[in-house]
Write a protein that binds this ligand. Structure first.
Ligand code: HEM
Length: 132
């Protein structure tokens, strides 16, 4: 994508396969994120499990940060690809790395709950798993 963007910014026509696939897949993720945020707002989410206040605060901010980066990644990609803002490409790559870090932390926290604290946190993902 980086090479394709450079070619596009110089007025050329990129012929990389990624340039064909990456933007529509990324846009689909943006649409799914908007649907997800709508559902979260409409249906709510199960209350956080009982635990130390610090852990709950970390979870709250971690979730907010996940939503924010999963919007920022495709939006910055669109700004680079659609609007031709090359600086947005750098922001896009930083946001992708941040998203990967947050996802890794999110998965690690879920596994910690499930297998160390044994509070059956994963059950919340099932339909009817405790939504308000
Ligand atoms: C959640 C969705 C997305 C993810 C996870 C993602 C992931 C990535 C990754 C890992 C790269 C670096 C690899 C490479 O340069 O080939 C990249 C670059 C890029 N992506 Fe995305 N992307 C997403 C959405 C989008 C969208 C929607 C667009 C455009 C409509 C887009 C446009 C670009 C561009 C132009 C680059 C090159 C940036 C540069 O080198 O400055 N991306 N993306």
């Amino acid at each position: 994508m980086g090479r394709a963007l450079r070619i596009k910014l110089q007025g050329g026509v990129p012929d990389q396969f990624a340039a064909l696939v990456h933007p529509p897949v990324g846009l689909a993720i943006l649409v799914l994120m908007v649907v997800r945020i709508g559902l979260r707002w409409w249906l709510g989410a199960p209350a956080l499990p009982e635990g130390p206040a610090l852990m709950n605060r970390l979870a709250h901010w971690g979730h907010l940060a996940l939503y924010a980066v999963l919007l920022a990644v495709p939006l910055s990609g669109m700004a680079a690809w659609g609007a031709g803002i090359s600086g947005a490409g750098d922001v896009h790559e930083i946001m992708v790395n941040l998203a990967l870090l947050l996802v890794a932390g999110h998965v690690a926290a879920a596994l910690f709950h499930q297998f160390v604290l044994k509070d059956n946190l994963m059950a919340r993902m099932r339909p009817g798993g405790g939504a308000r």
